[in-house]
Design a protein around this ligand. Structure first.
Ligand SMILES: Nc1ncnc2c1ncn2[C@@H]1O[C@H](COP(=O)(O)OP(=O)(O)OP(=O)(O)O)[C@@H](O)[C@H]1O
Ligand SMILES: [Mg+2]
Length: 269
């Protein structure tokens, strides 16, 4: 297989007031034991935009995404260096309360993973754990987050039925509702539609586009059409580095790096 020079990169910075940034990483490296899976990634994520992370299997997309809310901490033998700046705080610092931080930076995984509880309890679980007891507040959180996740109309009469009785696409939108019930600023999603059929996929995509008004979204996807349909910015990962980061339309029409062009046109990966 052709290999590419990983020193040849094109990475935009927002060149604006940093006020427009929801999150910024500076020189992130991630090791699993001796394997350096992420080799110095610095990216800026603009507020109220969708950013896609794309690239061939094994290039480090999930590893990088998990570093953004410290999910790699849970994997033995991992080491993460570099800064992750959120509201002027380096959340990669050992002083940060990770549990508290994840209220602001939520995550949705590849396979829908609702708890085997009712729809209502799925959404209120974390709120209750954080001390919320008021029934009216909980009811409102359920309604608002299900509406935002475009699921309310389908489930409003079944809130006390098991979440496991929902279709895969509905379960994934429930997981999005569960994540946004905590009112995070940033939503991280790792291939949230890869296990879904095309209709459910387009519903999840619509949901994400609507959520952009209130949230900053970072999404890993293998689906090039999906990245070009929904995202404002795209980062192309290759062998643990970002080779190109730009507006999505540039990445898909006029990429500056040969590897990006070959990848988005389906020549490898
Ligand atoms: N939990 C883990 N323990 C050890 N090594 C891991 C772990 N997760 C990922 N890796 C390694 O880190 C590298 C990057 O993997 P990662 O899962 O981040 O890639 P990816 O781009 O998300 O791939 P895919 O598109 O297949 O999901 C790979 O070499 C992988 O083997
Ligand atoms: Mg992955």
């Amino acid at each position: 297989m052709k290999t590419y020079n990983t020193d040849d990169t094109h990475i935009i910075t927002m060149n604006k007031d940093k006020q427009n940034l929801a999150l910024e990483t500076k020189d992130i490296h991630v090791w699993y034991g001796d394997n350096e899976a992420i080799k110095g990634v610095s990216l800026e994520f603009e507020k109220n935009k969708i950013t896609s992370l794309i690239g061939p299997s094994g290039c480090g997309k999930s590893t990088y995404l998990r570093s953004l809310n410290r999910m790699n901490d849970q994997i033995d033998g991992t080491k993460v260096t570099g800064k992750i700046i959120y509201k002027n705080i380096d959340i990669n610092s050992s002083k940060v309360d990770v549990y508290e931080m994840r209220k602001h930076i939520g995550m949705v995984f590849q396979r829908p993973n609702p708890f085997s509880k009712s729809i209502y309890e799925n959404i209120t679980f974390a709120l209750k754990r954080h001390g919320q007891k008021d029934k009216q507040t909980l009811d409102e959180a359920v309604e608002t987050s299900l509406k935002q996740a475009a699921l309310w109309d389908q489930v409003k009469d079944d809130l006390h039925k098991s979440a496991l009785a929902l279709s895969g696409g509905q379960q994934q939108r429930l997981c999005i509702a569960r994540a946004i019930a905590m009112k995070p600023d940033i939503l991280l999603l790792d291939e949230p539609a890869s296990a879904l059929d095309p209709i459910s996929t387009s519903k999840v995509e619509e949901t994400l586009i609507n959520l952009k008004e209130d949230y900053t979204i970072v999404i890993v996807t293998h689906n090039m059409q999906q990245a070009s349909r929904i995202s404002d910015y795209t980062a192309f990962f290759y062998m643990g580095k970002v080779l190109e980061y730009d507006q999505t339309k540039k990445i898909f029409t006029r990429p500056k790096i040969q590897a990006t062009e070959d990848y988005v046109s389906g020549h490898f990966g």
